[in-house]
Write a protein that binds this ligand. Structure first.
Ligand SMILES: [Fe+2]
Length: 381
């Protein structure tokens, strides 16, 4: 089998690396032609101001919401065109980074972002993007995809292409210091889901496996500690940031699977936070996947120090450990997501239609997704 791995993003990793932002600009980029994309939370945390000090004169758009909407991206795209922008800086979590990539596409191509759903639908390469993650779960700083919610269709569109990789990722674990515990939990679980899915989906390779195993190990080692005290525990926030980055490098060249198919469907319909939905669905999807993936799950179980038994019993222990971890860091039960039962069919159909569904290790029909939802509901009643 021929294996390919492609990632053109320059990565600068380390505490304080935000200060490298000016050094990463392509030579001769005028400040007034830089568009900085962020959100209100980053302004409250004082992080946007720090970036502005490093990029004096840059235009700022900070209206990106969680589960970013195509209408928001279109608005920011219009701003980028009016500005004659030459560079987009994304400073934020996954929603902001995905929006930044999509805005960079619209800056050099006409129309609405909905015209570009799918792979390489642009005709002119998007503007260069510098990505600065501020959560421990996106991985978007090193991937080629932007996931944008179409509000009319209530569907998460994937917009991707080789020219959409950020040119550089500045990954600074110190930016996590003010992240609230609930966001450490949800984004940290998102990174764990990225790694577990990247390791088990059909496109996984020995290269993506190496990143995924290390990401899973680091999540198990550090996520609970980071949740407890990310402000003071430097080692833990370094660990969860590395886990997130490695998981991104993994799924960017592998894929995600049924957990993301479900969480993206739920997120588009009900605006459920992405990481929370992922964390809730992970054990149920792993249980569903067992007939096809117990050997792979057992390998991950051994990587986090679990021993003995058959592959299936090890895989089940891993699932139990994940539930224990999620519970310990305050991830809610399925029932608290507030998903009305009458929407299950629609969620199952959208999950089946998700373009990562064919990658899932076990073939999953719309009926199977319905079964996973019903199982999750029956267990949490
Ligand atoms: Fe994700």
């Amino acid at each position: 089998m021929r294996v390919r791995f492609f990632n053109p993003t320059r990565i600068v990793y380390g505490p304080g690396s935000l200060s490298q932002l000016p050094d990463q600009l392509p030579a001769g980029t005028p400040a007034e032609q830089i568009l900085l994309i962020s959100d209100a939370g980053l302004r409250r945390a004082g992080i946007t101001q720090r970036a502005q000090e490093l990029l004096p004169g840059a235009e700022v758009f900070e209206e990106v919401e969680p589960n970013p909407r195509h209408t928001t991206v279109d608005r920011a795209g219009g701003l980028a065109r009016d500005l004659g922008a030459r560079l987009v800086v994304g400073l934020g979590g996954g929603s902001v980074l995905d929006a930044a990539k999509a805005v960079a596409l619209l800056a050099s191509n006409p129309g609405s972002i909905e015209d570009y759903e799918g792979r390489e639908r642009y005709t002119v390469p998007p503007l260069p993007v510098l990505a600065v993650p501020t959560t421990c779960g996106t991985g978007s700083e090193v991937t080629w995809v932007a996931v944008i919610t179409h509000t009319g269709r209530r569907f998460k569109m994937s917009i991707k292409g080789p020219a959409m990789f950020p040119v550089a990722a500045l990954v600074d674990p110190d930016l996590l210091a003010s992240l609230p515990p609930a966001l450490v939990a949800s984004t940290g679980m998102d990174a764990l889901v990225h790694a577990i899915e990247a390791y088990t989906v059909k496109p996984a390779t020995f290269i993506t496996d190496a990143f995924a195993v290390q990401a899973v190990r680091m999540s198990f080692l550090f996520l609970k500690r980071a949740w407890a005290d990310i402000r003071n525990d430097h080692e833990a926030r370094d660990g969860v940031m590395k886990s997130s980055l490695l998981a991104g490098l993994s799924f960017g060249n592998s894929d995600v699977g049924a957990v993301h198919c479900l969480s993206e469907s739920v997120g588009a319909l009900l605006d459920t936070p992405h990481g929370v939905a992922n964390a809730v669905f992970l054990p149920f999807v792993m249980e569903f996947n067992l007939p096809a993936a117990s050997g792979r799950y057992a390998e991950l179980a051994r990587a986090v120090g679990l021993e003995g038994g058959t592959p299936e019993s090890l895989a089940r222990r891993l699932i139990r450990e994940i539930r224990e971890l999620a519970g310990a860091i305050g991830i809610p039960e399925f029932q608290h997501l507030g998903i009305p039962e009458e929407r299950f069919r629609e969620i199952a159909d959208k999950s089946f239609a998700n373009n990562s569904n064919p990658s899932n290790v076990r073939e999953a029909s719309a009926e199977d997704y319905l079964g996973i939802l019903e199982r999750a509901q029956s267990e949490s009643l």
